[in-house]
Design a protein around this ligand. Structure first.
Ligand code: SAM
Length: 289
């Protein structure tokens, strides 16, 4: 008799509102032989809520490679396994990648059980251009790395999205404001599906002021959506504070032409407004010819 292989089910769970789970997800969590979870205590509470008792194994980021091999072995022996993370869709800024990859490499079957995902929920309600968009996961942790990260994306003409925590949302927006134009549209999708769900779309400068002044806007979980450059910056002749800083620094050492060319090269900005700013600055200050 040929042993039938088990399947790996990648099961999405709620991102806040416990009603946001599909019938198929519940059926799958009930019927599999094992549930592989990011945090066993967390998933136990979730399962309790739906009246599911099933065997749970831990899948931490630091044991994922080892766990991946064990999961493949279990699937080969005919067991079916559900993979869940703490919230939303596994693998989306969550553990699971080595497991899914190993299961594919073993020529076994992976079945997605669809459901909540914060970035898709945020995007669906943001009112910005959807295709194409880039999902960036979490931004770097330090301010200087974040500024570099944002300036590398300043000229991208399509929508980009990232996840942010309450600890860093304000610093993150303030860093962004040093690099991106003040009129760039930003959407904050906060506490999606929960009691204090808030979705706000504002120009960057106004968004920074809002988050600085309203401390509620610094609480909870965040999806940040940035509208692409070309769609809104075509007639935007302002330069960013970072471009201005670099330009003025260069004007103390180089000619106007050189300073403008270098600023464009470093920041990826448009030449015309930078040149305009250099002329204004040179009128009221002594600069090199
Ligand atoms: N796997 C999850 C998904 O499918 O969206 C994401 C997990 S990631 C570790 C957690 C981050 O997702 C949070 O820090 C926040 O940026 C975002 N997030 C999760 N739930 C959210 C919610 N209800 N509202 C807004 N953002 C949320």
């Amino acid at each position: 008799m040929i042993q039938e292989m088990g399947k790996l089910y990648v099961v999405a769970t709620p991102i806040g509102n416990l009603a946001d789970i599909t019938f198929r997800a519940i059926e799958t969590l009930k019927s599999v032989d094992l549930i592989a979870a990011e945090d066993t205590r967390h998933v136990r509470m979730l399962l309790q809520h739906y009246g599911i008792s099933n065997k749970i194994i831990a899948l931490h980021q630091h044991n994922e490679d080892k766990a991946a091999l064990e999961i493949v072995e279990k699937l080969r022996s005919g067991l079916s396994i559900a993979l869940v993370s703490d919230a939303g869709t596994p693998l989306i800024s969550d553990p699971g990648m080595p497991v899914v990859k190993a299961v594919h490499e073993a020529n076994l079957t992976v079945v997605p059980i669809v459901g909540a995902c914060a970035l898709i929920a945020g995007l669906s309600a943001a009112g910005v251009a959807i295709t194409p968009f880039t999902f960036e996961g979490f931004t770097p942790r330090t301010s200087s790395a974040r500024k570099t990260f944002f300036s590398e994306r300043a000229a991208i003409s399509t929508t980009w999205i990232f996840y942010e925590s309450c600890h860093r949302i304000l610093d993150c927006l303030q860093d962004m404001a040093t690099v991106l134009p003040p009129k760039r549209s930003i959407v904050i999708a906060r506490e999606l599906t929960k009691l204090h769900e808030t979705i706000v779309k504002l120009p960057l400068a106004e968004m920074v002021t809002l988050v600085e002044t309203d401390t509620n806007m610094q609480r909870g979980e965040f999806v940040v959506i940035v509208e692409g450059a070309a769609k809104i910056d075509v007639s935007d002749n302002t330069i960013t504070p970072e471009q201005e800083r670099i330009l003025k620094l260069l004007l103390t050492e180089c000619s106007v032409k050189k300073a403008v060319d270098l600023t464009v090269e470093i920041t990826g900005g448009k030449k015309k407004p930078i040149y305009q700013e250099a002329l204004e600055f040179s009128k009221s200050n002594t600069v090199l010819d």
